[in-house]
Design a protein around this ligand. Structure first.
Ligand SMILES: [Zn+2]
Length: 484
């Protein structure tokens, strides 16, 4: 993620938003007869020990995001969206594997009327508690069993609004369609999900829109779009593992340019007609940045690259897998390079806890600096010095980027001090080891998960140096570092 023309205000909190996702038994229609409320799920009620999936996946800073008790393998999303009525009707099939016996388990879903849920084809009971959808299958699912849960739902999508860190995110209706960018927890605004990055899955999308509109999702188009009775259906497939916040179904009027980068990676640029003049530049810059990053970070991890400019003024860009989304502005080369660096850092290599966000944003910010130097603009050293010149009382030194705060996740320290951490490291271990580290890091954790401890361990192993003090000073101390 990167801010666009509008600066992301880093001061106010979005605890208010988090408050609304907290599990509570105060709302929702009950479809179960006299059973325990899901607020008890985490504490395993006495009559069903260990058989109820947790309402959160275990991120201490986002306790109700995601869910426990199962792993999703694949989402099969069927979406029909009518922009004029702002009406979405959907059927989501989730193929998952139980990690414990499950008499009940949760999905995350914000708003919508849920009309029917089946588990392995049999109708299941369900309850709603704010953004938690609690499902009681007809028969307890055995530990390690594979199962498919299918949810039929409809209504007007309600994106998350008023987050001063991010403004509006999720499935956001626009004049001609929708802009869909979901970091950190907006997937639940358009499909029932295990909405936390700690559960990657593959995705199939079948998106139906009024004829004349285009639906853009992650991965590749499967077959040609099919039109019937005034509607067109687009089928997309993301065949590599993906975290939920990167899923998109941005739709509306779009102009497209399609081809391959110089090294042969399929490239698709799409712009709202209002940004017609930016189409060729988006296409060309995306191709150049993708190809350049393959030389610095290693092979491109996904099946295509590109980008989408839509007419919703989000004021930010998001690195949606294979298709970064630019919300209401023409991105410059630096932002394009940032979002495409995330295809390696954040998308292929993902975090399991939001507090580790510098592993995404610090690296993507450092990539911007590398891009600048590569293009003969400011050098990395000069950019680093510019940030380091901030006085000892500057806010950046009070916010430890190695522990991103849930109420201020996207603080500029996570970006800039995160990037500076990498530059301090580079100065300590030297260019050959540093650039070998970036490639080795990517190769070792491709499509998986990463932690700061693992990064420090690999840097120490490749360099043969003791680096704990350097990382402590740059990532975790609340004062200006002097270590490098
Ligand atoms: Zn970013």
């Amino acid at each position: 993620m990167a801010s666009g023309r509008l600066a992301i205000a880093a001061t106010a909190t979005f605890l208010g938003i988090l408050g609304t996702v907290a599990c509570s038994a105060s709302s929702g229609e009950s479809a179960l007869a006299g059973d325990v409320p899901p607020t008890a799920a985490g504490s395993a009620p006495a009559h069903a020990p260990g058989r109820i999936g947790a309402p959160g996946i275990g991120d201490p800073d986002f306790p109700t995001d995601g869910n426990g008790g199962y792993d999703v393998d694949r989402y099969r999303l069927k979406i029909d969206y009518d922009p004029a009525a702002k009406h979405l009707s959907g059927v989501t099939a989730i193929e998952a594997r139980a990690t414990q016996d499950l008499a009940k388990f949760n999905l995350d879903l914000r708003g919508f009327e849920v009309s029917r849920i089946t588990v392995d084809g049999s109708p299941a009971g369900f309850e709603r508690f704010k953004d938690e959808l609690v499902i009681a299958p007809a028969k307890t699912i055995a530990d390690k069993a594979r199962f498919t849960v299918e949810v039929t739902y409809a209504g007007e999508p309600k994106p998350v609004r008023g987050s001063s860190n991010l403004g509006t995110y999720g499935f956001i209706p626009t004049e001609d369609g929708a802009f869909v960018a979901c970091e950190p927890n907006g997937a639940k605004t358009w499909f029932p999900s295990n909405d936390h990055p700690a559960d990657k899955a593959r995705y199939d999308f079948e998106i139906t829109v009024p004829e004349g509109l285009t639906a853009l999702a992650n991965g590749e188009l499967v077959g040609r779009p099919k039109s019937a009775r005034g509607k067109t259906t687009f089928v997309w497939r993301e065949s590599h593992p993906m975290v939920s916040y990167l899923a998109t179904a941005t739709l509306g009027k779009f102009e497209l340019r399609q081809g391959r980068t110089a090294t042969g990676i399929p490239n698709l640029a799409a712009v709202d007609p209002r940004y017609r003049a930016a189409l060729d530049d988006l296409y060309t810059q995306s191709a150049k940045a993708t190809d350049y990053w393959t030389t610095v970070f290693g092979p491109y991890p996904f099946s295509s690259t590109g980008g989408v400019i839509d007419d919703f003024s989000a004021g930010y860009a998001l690195e949606n897998q294979t298709k970064p989304m630019y919300g209401g502005f023409t991105p410059d080369g630096s932002i394009i390079a940032h979002e495409l660096a995330h295809q390696w850092f954040g998308n292929s290599l993902s975090i399991k806890r939001w507090r580790d966000l510098w592993l995404n944003e610090g690296f993507a910010t450092y990539a911007e600096w590398l891009w600048s130097e590569h293009n003969g603009e400011s050098t990395v050293e000069k950019i680093f010095r510019g940030h380091y010149a901030a006085g000892p009382d500057a806010a950046i030194w009070k916010y430890a980027p190695g522990r991103a705060k849930p109420e201020d996740l996207f603080n500029s320290s996570v970006y800039n001090r995160g990037g500076m951490t990498l530059h301090a490291l580079r100065q300590r271990i030297g260019d050959p080891v540093f650039f070998k580290l970036l490639k080795t890091w990517n190769a070792e954790h491709k499509y998986g998960y990463v932690t700061t401890d693992e990064f420090v361990a690999l840097a120490e192993k490749l360099s043969g140096k003791q680096l704990d003090k350097l990382f402590e000073a740059w990532l975790f101390a609340d004062r200006k570092p002097t270590e490098w």
